[in-house]
Design a protein around this ligand. Structure first.
Ligand SMILES: [Zn+2]
Length: 293
């Protein structure tokens, strides 16, 4: 039996969104229903905590067989739905939060905003200009085209763009589908800061996921340091141990070096695989779990 870190995001009911289609998280594969999550929990031989894995790698002792549950992005339902299911089974998980994105922050991760717009579109055709000058007009009222908006060229360009261009792309998309991002999107999506303490009180761990969920490898040295140190500083008010998850799994040697200087115990990537004796604590692989649709 292997040692695995599972990468999880949302646990929510399937609710039809714009044009009766599944929501973007579900289509992207980052949302499980509560009953799928319950089955997942019940199917694990042993649920470990991340410290078990860290200890084994640090001491070069045999890895404990089992599964570590990791949740990214600090969504509301982590406390409302996930934690009660874990507590019921005496299991724990680590929740990585972007410390500048929480219920009261009035800002959200670019992907969450993109998905919200696609899920609430009032018009069936959306249009977007990419930074390289290409222009796309594409439908949003069928699965194939909605999937393109979630996985295709425009979404990739969005993730690779600077924050200024990302904002422009979001407003162009919004305008084309007669839709406006709510001012309170962050409180609709994310936990509040006080909820992070509640997670810990319930026996969970929290880790840092940057301040504003930006891809570290695309940032200047100064911005990279601010994302890492800024988020660790906040999380360490709640948790003595410093742990980190790379937003979108993006990192480079500068990021690893910065984490090392901050004495971070472990960092998780989106590189797929089980943990092995050769795994490095600051770039642990995870398994991306997608629902069977
Ligand atoms: Zn994330």
């Amino acid at each position: 039996m292997s040692t695995k870190l599972l990468m999880l995001h949302r646990v929510q009911d399937e609710t039809p969104m714009a044009f009766g289609l599944p929501d973007c998280y579900r289509l992207r594969g980052t949302s499980l229903t509560p009953s799928e999550f319950s089955q997942l929990l019940d199917g694990q031989r042993k649920i470990l905590c991340i410290a078990d894995v860290e200890r084994a790698l640090l001491n070069e002792s045999p890895l404990p067989p089992g599964t570590v549950l990791t949740f990214d992005d600090g969504y509301q339902e982590h406390l409302a739905r996930v934690v009660p299911m874990l507590v019921e089974r005496s299991a724990e998980a680590i929740f990585y939060v972007s410390t500048g994105l929480h219920a009261d922050s009035r800002r959200s991760a670019v992907v969450d905003a993109w998905y919200w717009l696609l899920d609430h579109a009032q018009q069936p055709i959306a249009s977007i200009h990419l930074p390289d000058g290409r222009e796309f007009r594409r439908r949003l009222d069928n699965l194939k085209d909605k999937n393109w908006w979630i996985l295709g060229t425009a979404k990739q360009a969005l993730l690779e763009a600077t924050p200024t261009v990302q904002a422009e792309m979001l407003s162009e998309l919004a305008e084309s589908i007669s839709c406006q991002l709510p001012d309170q999107l962050s409180s609709e999506l994310y936990l509040s800061i006080s909820d992070w303490q509640t997670l810990i009180d319930a026996g969970m761990q929290i880790g840092a996921h940057g301040v504003t969920h930006q891809r570290l490898s695309q940032l200047t040295d100064q911005a990279l340091t601010a994302e890492i140190r800024g988020s660790l500083k906040v999380v360490q008010r709640y948790s003595y141990h410093a742990r980190f998850a790379f937003a979108d799994g993006a990192y480079d040697q500068r990021a690893i070096e910065e984490l090392r200087q901050c004495a971070v115990l472990s960092a998780v990537t989106c590189e797929s695989g089980a943990v092995s004796a050769e795994s490095e604590l600051l770039r642990l692989p995870r398994l991306f779990l997608t629902p069977k649709m």
